[in-house]
Write a protein that binds this ligand. Structure first.
Ligand SMILES: Cc1cc2nc3c(=O)[nH]c(=O)nc-3n(C[C@H](O)[C@H](O)[C@H](O)COP(=O)(O)O)c2cc1C
Length: 184
């Protein structure tokens, strides 16, 4: 793609509380639709986004296990909410609270995927950041992608267990202002 060379520059960019970043993908995660907010915040043109894998805006500080869990969930025809930090073309990063859903056809077959993203609470981002850092550090101990995902998934599950919550409760606790993630 060529864009893979984008390096994070440590600066954060923001979008408005009343805006929604929208994208749709095909079954493999290639972008099929991008709204104006996504185009503006990501810094890519519509032509660059359409057809590109959604990992185009993947930030290296996002743990692999979160995306694994995301894909496992939506492939099982369920929705998922996740805190995600993305990488804009400028090298800036932006945090979102993403809602990702499968789009189903009349017989229940998955036609594609859809994501809406809103501005997350700052306190939630502050709580998620060290948890994601711990998961990435766990992944960095392993060479193979599969080993990285296995190790960080184990840590994520242990973290949730330590806090006595499910993944959904963890996300909603952060979203509603509960102090979660004490285990990390
Ligand atoms: C509808 C939808 C939206 C997605 N949005 C993002 C996103 O905003 N940022 C991101 O890094 N990955 C997003 N993903 C996940 C990517 O497809 C991919 O799994 C992730 O970037 C990790 O890529 P990698 O496995 O190549 O490292 C999305 C996937 C779907 C199905």
């Amino acid at each position: 793609m060529g864009f893979r060379d984008v390096r994070p520059n440590g600066r954060e960019r923001f979008f408005e509380e009343d805006e929604i970043i929208v994208s749709k993908t095909d079954l493999q995660g290639a972008i099929t639709y991008a709204n104006d907010v996504f185009i503006r915040v990501s810094g890519y043109s519509e032509e660059e986004l359409i057809g590109a894998p959604h990992s185009l805006i993947r930030h290296p500080e996002m743990p692999r296990c979160v995306f694994q869990f995301l894909w496992d969930t939506i492939r099982a025809r369920r929705e998922i909410f996740a805190y995600v930090v993305n990488l804009a073309r400028t090298g800036e990063h932006y945090w979102v609270l993403a809602h990702v859903t499968p789009t189903l056809g009349p017989t229940g077959e998955i036609l594609g995927y859809h994501s809406n993203r809103r501005v997350p609470r700052r306190e939630a981002v502050d709580q998620v950041r060290p948890i994601y850092a711990a998961l990435c550090a766990e992944e960095a101990k392993h060479e193979r992608k599969a080993d990285q995902i296995a190790a960080s998934t184990q840590l994520l599950l242990a973290t949730l267990k330590g806090a006595g919550v499910s993944y959904d409760e963890f996300v909603w606790g952060l979203t509603n202002g509960a102090t979660a993630g004490a285990a990390c």
